[in-house]
Design a protein around this ligand. Structure first.
Ligand SMILES: N[C@@H](Cc1ccc(O)cc1)C(=O)O
Length: 303
């Protein structure tokens, strides 16, 4: 684990003290995270702004975020999502990190101009192992630093391949696919932006939102999960989950959107001279990791 991450984890302690507006401290991550810009928005905006603080104050909730194993290590672009989960964990909520062993084989079109290269099942299995280890290491460091906060916060790392392994495509489309409307799926930004591109989009990528929606549904049914964290580019996938759960279970669930951090030149955070900045020390050394942040332009630092 890179030393700067440990440092960041320690600093969470300072930020995560119960806020005076939330007696229990359980809704503190939302209040403090919103104030500091860690949470950019909530979905569905009208209801979430009213109900989400109440839900969080009513008792420990289950909050999830997914990570597709497109490589064998997490990178700086995943850092905000990990920190978001840590905030909820600290405040006593249960957090689930889903490694997308299944979804990585479909390929999320969100925020991408081009189709992802297909990954072999062996490659995905190796990547799942790497990401699972990273997540477990981050959460166990956090606990070792006293990060668990209030008693009761559990951390679970799951691979979504587990709930697709025994389902057939025919059965899945016949039962789950039936609830998705083409017009809504087509209206997603991730789809619209690709339909206009010369290469278009494959059926596999087009169906990605169904899988992420079903993950949310599955976690809602099995783990009572009502909150999903995701970057702003995940809005369409979060909406699909919300609509699917409302349609089938008649319940309101919520999405919390994390900002996509870009530099003043518009590049995503986490690329250093074209190379990714990884969270695993064997990929990016603690020295390089630290230097990457030290070298940020003054104009980008606050963001
Ligand atoms: N689609 C998410 C990853 C993800 C995978 C599965 C989920 O259930 C949720 C999120 C991303 O690319 O960032």
């Amino acid at each position: 684990m890179a030393a700067p991450i440990i440092h960041a984890l320690r600093s969470l302690r300072r930020f995560s003290r119960p806020h005076s507006r939330c007696l229990s401290g359980l809704c503190d991550p939302l209040v403090s995270g919103t104030r500091r810009g860690l949470f950019k928005d909530v979905f569905p905006a009208e209801t979430a702004r009213v109900q989400l603080p109440e839900l969080l104050s009513s008792g420990p909730q289950t909050v999830y975020c997914g990570f597709d194993p497109t490589a064998d290590s997490l990178h700086v672009g995943n850092l905000l999502a990990v920190l978001g989960l840590l905030h909820f964990h600290r405040a006593g909520h249960h957090v689930i990190a889903v490694v997308g062993g299944a979804t990585a084989q479909i390929g999320d079109p969100s925020g991408r101009q081009q189709e992802r290269a297909a990954l072999s099942p062996e490659r995905v299995a190796e990547n799942v192992r790497g990401i699972r280890e990273s997540l477990q290491r981050i959460f166990s460091h956090h606990e070792a630093l006293g990060g668990g906060g209030q008693p009761g916060g559990r951390v679970t790392v799951l691979d979504n391949a587990a709930w697709y392994r025994h389902r057939s495509a025919v059965e899945f489309l016949g039962s789950v696919g039936r609830h998705f409307r083409m017009s809504t799926m087509l209206s997603r930004h991730s789809v619209q932006s690709r339909l206009a591109a010369p290469e278009g989009m494959s059926l596999a990528e087009f169906t990605y939102q169904v899988f992420q929606a079903y993950d949310f549904y599955y976690l809602h049914q099995k783990h009572g999960c009502k909150i999903q964290l995701g970057g702003t580019d995940q809005l369409g996938n979060l909406m699909s989950g919300h609509e699917f759960i409302q349609r089938t279970a008649g319940e309101d669930v919520f999405g919390i959107l994390l900002p996509l951090i870009t530099s003043s030149s518009g590049d995503k955070l986490g690329k250093s001279a074209g190379n990714a900045v990884w969270l695993n020390r064997d990929r990016t050394s603690p020295f390089e990791f630290y230097q990457y942040f030290v070298r940020q332009r003054d104009s980008d630092v606050e963001r």
